[in-house]
Design a protein around this ligand. Structure first.
Ligand SMILES: [Zn+2]
Length: 308
C-alpha cells in the first residue's frame, strides 16, 4: 500500500475551508494507521491498549512502524531508484544509509551515487515484492557497477552478478557490467563500523561476498573488521540469492526491543549490550509484596525516603 499525503495549505477559499480540509486529512491519516495496523497480522500492535509499543514493532516479516523517517530522494552519494513511496524507515536505518553513502563518495570521489531500492511503506506492513521490509529495518542497496573496461557507472537497476563478477546488461548500450568491489567493500565497511545502525545482516549472494571479502583482505583491512563483515554478510536460505542487491537489515536497539521491536536474527556480541532483567532475591520480593499489601506489618520496613 502506497500512502502519500500532500501538505494541506490555506487557499484563497479561506482559512475555515483549509482547517476543515486539514481535519479531514488528519482523520484519513488516523484511519489509514488503524487499517495498516489491523492488516499487519496477529501480533502486538500500537493501540490505546498498548501505548508502549512504538517505532519498529514486530518482526521484519510481520510488523509495522510508527514514527518512520523518510529517506529523501537524493543526497550525498546516493539516489533512490524509484518514486513509489516505499522510502520510509527507522530513523537509524535512514541515517545509516545517508552516512555510509556519504563515506563511500568521499573515500572515492567522482563516482556514481549508490542507488537505493525500497525501504518500507509509511506505516510499514506488507509492500509489494517483499517478504520483509515491514518494520522499517530493511533496505535494498543496489550493487556498485563498472563498465567492463573499469569506468564507474550508476547502476541502471537490479543487475544479477555471477561468480565472475559480471552482470549481463538489460539495455544494449553496454553488453556487461562488472561489480565495483572497491566501492562495495567501502559500503560494507561503513555499515559494519556504524555502531548506531546496529547492522544485523547484509544479505548478499555467497559468490559476491567472496569477492568483497577477498578484496578487503588484499587491501590489508583489520582482520577483526573483516571477521565481523564475514559474519554479517550472508546469503539467505529462505529467499532469492541476493545476487542483484545488498539487503541491509538493522537489529533492534535495547530501547526499541522494550518498545516492541522483535529480533528475527542474531544479536552480535559487538553491538551495545541489551538490558538484563535481574529479579530480586525471593526474601526481598516477598517482603516487598507484603509491604505493598499490608503497610506497617511486622518485619516490613517503611520505604526509605525523605521524612516529612
Ligand atoms: Zn532484499
Amino acid at each position: 500500500m502506497v500512502i502519500e499525503h500532500s501538505p494541506v495549505t490555506a487557499t484563497s477559499r479561506g482559512p475555515r475551508r483549509a482547517r476543515s480540509t486539514e481535519r479531514l486529512a488528519l482523520v484519513a491519516r488516523a484511519i489509514t494507521v488503524v487499517l495498516v495496523l489491523f492488516s499487519a497480522g496477529c501480533f502486538g500492535v500500537p493501540s490505546p491498549l498498548a501505548p508502549e509499543l512504538r517505532g519498529s514493532v514486530g518482526l521484519p516479516h510481520q510488523g509495522v512502524i510508527t514514527d518512520a523517517a523518510p529517506l529523501p530522494r537524493r543526497g550525498e552519494g546516493y539516489r533512490l531508484l524509484r518514486k513509489n513511496g516505499i522510502h520510509w524507515g527507522n530513523p537509524r536505518l535512514v541515517a545509516a544509509i545517508q552516512r555510509a553513502a556519504g563515506d563511500v563518495s568521499r573515500a572515492r570521489p567522482g563516482g556514481p551515487p549508490l542507488v537505493i531500492g525500497d525501504l518500507s511503506a509509511r506505516f510499514g506492513g506488507f509492500s509489494s515484492g517483499h517478504r520483509s521490509h515491514r518494520t522499517g529495518r530493511d533496505a535494498d542497496l543496489l550493487i556498485f557497477a563498472l563498465t567492463p573496461d573499469g569506468r564507474p557507472v550508476q547502476s541502471p537497476g537490479f543487475l544479477e552478478f555471477g561468480p565472475d563478477g559480471l552482470a549481463r546488461a538489460k539495455d544494449k548500450k553496454v553488453a556487461y557490467f562488472r561489480i565495483d568491489v572497491e566501492r562495495e567493500w567501502l559500503l560494507v565497511k561503513a555499515l559494519v563500523l556504524s555502531r548506531e545502525a546496529n547492522v544485523q545482516w547484509l544479505f548478499i549472494a555467497r559468490w559476491l561476498e567472496a569477492l568483497v571479502i577477498e578484496h578487503a583482505r588484499a587491501r590489508g583491512e583489520d582482520p577483526e573488521l573483516v571477521w565481523q563483515a564475514e559474519n554479517i554478510l550472508l546469503q539467505p536460505g529462505d529467499s532469492g540469492a541476493h545476487d542483484d542487491h545488498l539487503h541491509l537489515r538493522i537489529a533492534c536497539t535495547p530501547d526499541e526491543a522494550v518498545a516492541g521491536c522483535e529480533g528475527g536474527g542474531p544479536y552480535w556480541p559487538w553491538l551495545p549490550a541489551r538490558p538484563q532483567f535481574v529479579s530480586p532475591p525471593d526474601g526481598e520480593l516477598a517482603r516487598a509484596i507484603v509491604g505493598d499489601l499490608l503497610p506497617g506489618a511486622p518485619g516490613v520496613k517503611p520505604p526509605a525516603g525523605p521524612s516529612p
